[in-house]
Design a protein around this ligand. Sequence first.
Ligand SMILES: [Zn+2]
Length: 447
Amino acid sequence: MPCETLIRGAARLLTMDDADLRLDGADVRIKDGVIAEVGIGLEPGPGADVLNAEGCLVTPGLVNTHHHLYQTLTRAVPGAQDALLFGWLRTLYPIWARFGPEEMYVSAQVGLAELALSGCTLSSDHLYLYPNGSRLDDTIAAASDIGLRFHPTRGAMSIGESLGGLPPDALVENEAAIIEDSIRVIDAHHDPRPGSMVRVGVAPCSPFSVSRDLMRDAAILARDKGVMLHTHLAENDEDIAYSLEKFGCRPGQYAEDLGWTGDDVWHAHCVKLDAQEIDLFVRSRTGVAHCPCSNCRLGSGVAPLVEMQNAGVKVGLGVDGSASNDIGSLVAEARQAMLLQRVTRGADAMSAHAALRLATRGGAEVLGRSDCGQLAPGFRADIAVWDMRSVAAAGSWDMGALLLAGPQQVRDLFVEGRRVVADGHVTTVDMPKLLERQRTLAHRLQD
Ligand SMILES: [Zn+2]
């Protein structure tokens, strides 16, 4: 791989930097995985690889702040398609209980390939069940092989059916073992350095699937190791009712009491945060993974995205698990975020540019990546190139309005300066072979 790549002549380039520069006819120079220069009329250095970006929109890579990659093998499962949350889980748990390391690896790789094609360069993942010898390491290997920047979180469930919980006992773990394995994966894989390709987080599935003690211990462990914390919070009305009944307080209070607020914490959904909880998130710099497609799919409601943003809450986007979306497309998620706010607040509630900023810089800030999410010198070279000469953008008068009229897939995608997608194809894995392997596993699960 040459150490320099020049992306040349982009019709429009969105930096998402502090000045929010939007350049026409712009170039980006990449050196050793980092953006060296952004400007107009840049000349390639000796031996540089030059990529013609005429007619293209160039943006920072999109950032996915919430996913359950393993669910990529269980999309559109009959019986779960139109079920509410609890019925949906009851249908899927027995299928997931048959997963093993190969299912975890293949589902993660298929899900990450789908994300990459939709412009995503950095994804988090929330894996909270480990049947039949599965490990977080299986998904880390999948991400490493495909070349995406990855923030896997060591999720967990410990309250099974015999203790009054929802999941079958076979899918829950002993709490001491959860902490022990969390320490193991952090020590083995977490890299805090700038440019890091893997950062591990700690992530009990939800406040309802583990004990109060484990929530507290997880927070202590995360602070001790300097890693981030993640879980599902305030997803729907039942969630709030359950919290009030079992814990005697709202989810925000429960989180704060157990150390689950701060710059190193982000919560998925937060559809039902009230004004006090929004204020708590602002004061504590706690982040939110907004998942509009999942919220629509499961009928959870419309998150107060504009209120959170106006108040100053850090917000990014998440596609959520493929079993509750069922598409893992980040560009589609960004469009949905924009549309959903307009449903309740009017056409001027959120612009296409603001939604794209949420999907790029917003997500990077939620995941604590001050080195990603912008096209500016010194930032990591995570870059999406969108062909605006495609039929989806034909007739558009605004090259930057990707979310109003633009392609659903990237033409090219760079992660740490490496071209992971070229001319619309993933370069790092043999996709036909991967999909064949996925079909074999799916048939086995359906038997
Ligand atoms: Zn989720």
